[in-house]
Design a protein around this ligand. Structure first.
Ligand SMILES: Nc1nc2c(ncn2[C@@H]2O[C@H](COP(=O)(O)OP(=O)(O)OP(=O)(O)O)[C@@H](O)[C@H]2O)c(=O)[nH]1
Ligand SMILES: [Mg+2]
Length: 472
């Protein structure tokens, strides 16, 4: 991204490339209107070239984009100008709405480049909105979260963040601390009777409580935003792929009675009560895989388990437990898991010396919930879905007026702030000198400032905005 210059006029295709109703080329910067003037012809215009600086702001105008070199029309378009500061970037912005497709939008993009615009970097439009004070950093990050949201719950969290709910709380806490900091610094420079005494402990404790409350939402918030990965593991033929299909309510994975059907891992996302759940179906794990392909498949199953946030261990309830089942339970160890005793529709056949297999299975991963299901008939699948959500949400209770912290970056900054707030309070109570207490308070102020961007470094901004798509 280099330097954060606002003087260039930048352009990007703002819609996905492909066949579609419309495609939008978006221009932002001081030359937006003159660049449009070089390319746009409108029959309603009485001047030649049309006086684009007289186009009404934020109203659509119909016309054509014309290649100034060949004088040929490229496409029929609608253009809208949004004059500074009434635009997303708070600069002059032009949006050219052409027919969707690949050629027309790319051709229009090229013409704007030839007319003096520069290709926008990923996230550069939003970066400008941030630099110009239209959005703070947490709000800018929310824009990316909205674009990437995979469930309505994730969208709701992101929209709340864009509205500034999180920013408002963080700013309030930060302002309180700035006040404490001013007092501490004054008490370093002046003798005590020159400045009225001020309570330091109460505001430190109050802000710490706010930060703690926000942190308590972070696990839940992160799950809504990022989703969780669940690996479906078990020995061959227990019904892992059938379970994936049952959760997807479709026929995604191949299911056969032949052990070793699934050779490679397969990923699909489902929405479980707002939680984006990435399900990974794996090859059945057995000690002696047959042939090279199965051996690689089993290695991938191990890797999928390593990367998963949650293990769904499937066992066949109609069969006795095997050493392979116990070995897989050992691999899962103490990571979060559920034991799914499948094929409960066959339970009549599940007696082994009078002891039901499900009961034998109770010894497996004894801390994990055990559920009886049938991937074939759908029995128990809904209960299992609830159990999965309960497991990942961990029963945390959150006050409804507390905004959810969904971004790990915000979580890290809040943790940092909390550590410094606690240190400052303890030091102050222990009679440590004001200049040392002030250092911790300043660190806390900066950590909170990182969230909303008041104190964010250029490196941090680059790291954040480079994750955006081009045109946003
Ligand atoms: N009766 C009954 N059969 C089931 C159930 N779930 C799966 N099956 C059958 O069990 C066999 C194996 O199912 P899969 O889903 O392919 O098992 P898998 O664990 O993915 O097997 P691999 O891919 O070989 O590891 C198929 O014949 C399924 O129809 C169930 O709940 N009840
Ligand atoms: Mg399978």
């Amino acid at each position: 991204m280099g330097t954060f210059s606002l003087d260039d006029t930048i352009v990007a295709i703002a819609t996905p490339l492909g066949e579609g109703g419309i495609g939008i080329v978006k221009i932002s910067g001081p030359q937006s209107i003159p660049i449009l003037g070089q390319l746009f012809v409108s029959p309603s215009s009485t001047t030649e070239p049309p006086a684009t600086d007289h186009l009404p702001s934020r109203r659509l105008t119909w016309g054509h984009i014309r290649d100034p070199q060949t004088n040929r029309n490229v496409d029929e378009v609608l253009v809208v100008t949004m004059l500074a500061p009434h635009s997303y970037t708070r600069q002059d912005v032009v949006e050219i709405q052409s027919h969707g497709g690949i050629v027309a939008v790319q051709r229009i993009l090229q013409l704007t480049l030839m007319a003096g615009a520069r290709l926008a970097e990923p996230g550069e439009m939003t970066l400008r909105a941030f630099i110009n004070g239209r959005l703070d950093l947490a709000q800018a990050e929310a824009v990316l979260d909205i674009v990437q949201a995979r469930t309505e719950a994730a969208l709701r969290v992101a929209v709340e963040q864009l509205d500034g709910c999180l920013s408002a709380q963080v700013r309030l806490a930060r302002a309180q601390l700035v006040d404490v900091l001013a007092y501490l610094e004054a008490s370093i420079d002046f003798v005590e009777d020159e400045i009225p005494p001020q309570d330091v402990v109460a505001p430190l404790e109050e802000t710490a409580a706010t930060v703690e409350e926000l942190l308590a939402t972070a696990d839940r918030g992160r799950i809504y935003r990022q989703g969780i990965r669940a690996a479906i593991v078990g020995r061959p033929n227990v019904g892992k792929s059938s379970l994936l299909n049952a959760l997807l309510r479709g026929d995604r994975a191949i299911v056969t009675p032949i052990p070793g059907t699934t050779r490679d891992t397969l990923e699909e996302t489902v929405n479980l009560q707002g939680v984006p759940l990435v399900l990974v179906d794996t090859a059945g794990i057995r000690a002696q895989p047959e042939g090279e392909v199965e051996r690689i498949g089993v290695a991938r199953s191990h890797a999928a388990l390593e990367r998963a946030d949650l293990a769904l261990m499937v066992i066949d309830g109609s069969q006795p437990l095997t050493d392979a089942d116990r070995e897989i339970a050992r691999l899962i160890g103490n990571r979060p898991s559920l034991v799914l005793v499948n094929k409960c529709d066959l339970s009549a056949a599940s007696e082994d010396g009078g002891v039901p297999h499900a009961a034998l299975a109770a010894g497996l991963l004894s801390d994990a919930p055990h559920l009886s299901i049938s991937a074939l008939t759908g029995q128990g699948i809904e209960e299992m879905e609830h159990a999965i959500v309960n497991k990942v949400m961990g029963g945390t209770v959150i006050a409804s007026d507390t905004p959810l912290v969904s971004n790990p970056r915000h979580q890290a900054s809040l943790k940092q702030a909390l550590d410094h707030l606690r240190a400052a309070r303890d030091d102050h109570l222990a009679g440590t000198s004001a200049d040392l207490v002030a250092i911790d308070v300043l660190e806390a102020v900066d950590a909170l400032g990182d969230i909303t961007g008041e104190t964010a470094s250029e490196d941090l901004l680059e790291a954040i905005f480079s994750k955006f798509c081009i045109g946003k």
